[in-house]
Design a protein around this ligand. Structure first.
Ligand code: RIB
Ligand code: CA
Length: 313
């Protein structure tokens, strides 16, 4: 019994790129990648995803371009964090592969139908594509085996505003629709846990400058974080989502119904009411085990994951 078929929805972005590298290094059965407007406009996210897959020697994996803007709210990017090109300024060789013709939401629907009961989906950008797919074909909620979302901030401050995490902030309406759907199994990884998973500058500095493959991607894409932005650590938001899809016991959480503020000052704020139903909201993470495994599979130098970080990204 091989790994379950997997689709990853991204807004590539630096940590999205590392998440894709991690998925491939772990031997995930990656059917395809769908892209959405988030960190950068969707055309840049699509270009980046094609180039990252080519860099990793996996141009065979199709990239399906999705939503170019949120369902209702105004679009906001995160180029301050990810750089204008979305990859921290790292210039990858251009892939010779074009984006797939089928749009992102349609690809999600197609895979849910074709791999009903087996498909896992990891969403690490704004949830616009998943919400569109749900609206067009509600039965994907029962066809998709497991959904893991990087999104929200449930008992900690936000990173886009004091109360909102970026992915949910960008498309709060989509997030509310996804969180309300009756999925077989959905896990939400908020900043509550992803802020405890950090790539330390000391580790980054020990990656050889001429590294290629996944290590070279990590080195090049996160360089701006540690140099130009002067950070001591880079949050591994999206790689953690992939890791939890492959190893659910990395986190522990509680089921809760989620409400999302969709407008006003609190746009994107997520509140969890623990009531024994609804999505599993991650509360604890084995960050040491995760960071160690990430370093191992991406062939990065290892170090004590307990090292302190004074001002991560
Ligand atoms: O808040 C962090 C999330 O927003 C990550 O997925 C990052 O890539 C951005 O999309
Ligand atoms: Ca992302």
């Amino acid at each position: 019994m091989g790994p379950n078929p997997l689709v990853v929805d991204v807004d590539t972005g630096v940590d999205d790129a590392v998440a894709l590298a991690f998925a491939l290094a772990k031997g995930a059965n990656l059917l395809g990648v769908t892209t959405v407007a988030g960190n950068v406009p969707v055309d840049i996210a699509t270009r980046n995803t094609l180039d990252v897959l080519a860099w990793l020697g996996r141009e065979d994996i199709p990239v399906h371009c999705g939503a170019s803007r949120p369902l209702v709210a105004s679009y906001a990017d995160a180029t301050d964090v990810h750089g204008g090109n979305g990859l921290g300024g790292m210039e990858l060789p251009a892939s010779t592969t074009s984006r797939a013709t089928l749009a992102g939401p349609a690809f999600i629907i197609q895979c849910a139908e074709r791999f009903a009961g087996e498909l896992d989906l990891v969403a690490v950008g704004p949830l616009t594509n998943l919400a569109i797919a749900l609206n067009v074909r509600p039965q994907i909620a029962s066809q998709i085996r497991r959904v893991v979302v990087m999104g929200g901030a449930y008992s900690v401050p936000g990173n886009k505003t004091p109360s909102a995490e970026f992915n949910v902030y960008v498309d709060p309406d989509a997030a509310q629709q996804v969180f309300n759907a009756d999925w077989n199994d959905i896990t939400l990884l908020g900043l509550d846990v992803t802020h405890r998973t950090v790539l330390a500058r000391e580790l980054w500095a020990r990656i050889p400058g001429d590294a290629d493959g996944a290590a070279g991607l990590v080195r090049g894409a996160t360089e701006r974080t540690f140099t130009e932005r002067g950070k001591s650590g880079f949050y591994l938001h999206d790689p953690l989502a992939v890791a939890v899809a492959l190893e659910p016991d990395l986190i522990q959480g509680t089921q809760a119904s989620i409400s999302v503020e969709v407008t006003g000052q609190a746009r994107g704020k997520t509140s969890a009411s623990e009531n024994g139903s609804g999505p599993l909201v991650a509360r604890e993470v084995d960050s040491e085990r995760f960071v160690r495994e990430l370093c191992q599979v991406l062939e990065l130098p290892t170090m004590d994951a307990r090292a302190g970080f004074e001002n991560p990204e």
